[in-house]
Design a protein around this ligand. Structure first.
Ligand SMILES: Nc1ncnc2c1ncn2[C@@H]1O[C@H](COP(=O)(O)OP(=O)(O)OP(=O)(O)O)[C@@H](O)[C@H]1O
Ligand SMILES: [Mg+2]
Length: 245
């Protein structure tokens, strides 16, 4: 994408994905209404908002799984999606779940092994999905997304089915991979702490419209007990409540 986004006086960074004036209708139901949304290369954006407000629909548009009723959708490079559930094929071993239909590529198995090593599952290459814990299965889903070498990683409530401890370690894992591979990322989450832990920018979507955006200019790794973190959280909670009214 040729044009650039500016951020608070920082160097211009190219945009990896952009929705401009996007409207999405299902029959009579307008789910997204005049949405402008962009992600810069290597930027981590969190998308939050009430249930049924169009977050998954926005992600599916970015992933090319849906098309807009009006407006423009532009995405450059590869896109990978991690869903709430790992969606593993039970009849295939872990490494083949990473590859999916890419098994014919000459270096595919070693790339699958590398992706599994990146998520700490190098010892599970030959395992069957049924033998994995929920957190391990979701790590395989992350490896599968990583294998595609995405320019844009889309994560739709990827950790919401996991316990708090596993969730926290998955957040650290995704941040580590993001720092290593510098993909742009959009995570949908209902957890404001999660949004504040991972994101450079948090966008609130309500009733199909973007109603608030905030930058998170805190150094990583973020301290959830710090006054700065909690001041941002309070402000976000206020904006979130306003978005419901
Ligand atoms: N394929 C579809 N056909 C018809 N309506 C749909 C379709 N997909 C989504 N919708 C509707 O679009 C609206 C937004 O759905 P979406 O899944 O994007 O919400 P969401 O913000 O992700 O919600 P949640 O937080 O519960 O996951 C809902 O009213 C939903 O019923
Ligand atoms: Mg959703």
């Amino acid at each position: 994408m040729s044009d650039l986004a500016y951020s608070g006086g920082r160097a211009a960074v190219p945009v990896v994905a952009r929705l401009s004036g996007v409207r999405k209708r299902y029959g009579e139901n307008t789910v997204l209404d005049n949405v402008d949304f962009s992600v810069r290369e290597g930027e981590f954006v969190a998308l939050v908002g009430p249930s049924g407000t169009g977050k998954t629909t926005l992600l599916r548009l970015l992933a090319g799984l849906e098309s807009a009723s009006n407006g423009r959708t532009e995405v450059s490079g590869n896109t990978s999606v991690v869903f709430q559930e790992p969606r593993l094929i039970q009849a295939q071993r872990v490494w083949k779940n990473v590859l999916l239909d890419d098994a014919h590529q000459p270096d595919a198995r070693s790339r699958a092994a590398a992706a599994l090593q990146d998520v700490g599952l190098e010892d599970k290459l030959e395992s069957w999905p049924v033998s994995l814990s929920g957190g391990q299965a979701q790590r395989v889903a992350v490896a599968r997304a990583l294998y595609r070498r995405p320019d844009l990683m889309l994560l739709d409530e990827p950790f919401s089915a996991l316990d708090a401890f596993t969730r926290r370690s998955m957040q650290s894992l995704v941040l580590k991979l993001w720092a290593k591979y510098a993909f742009g990322a959009v995570i949908v989450t209902h957890d404001l702490d999660e949004a504040l832990i991972v994101a450079d920018r948090i966008v609130i979507l309500s009733k199909g419209r973007i109603c608030h955006e905030t930058r998170v200019d805190l150094p990583r790794e973020r301290d959830v007990t710090s006054p700065e973190f909690n001041a941002l959280k309070r402000d976000l909670l206020k904006q979130f409540s306003l978005s419901l009214s």
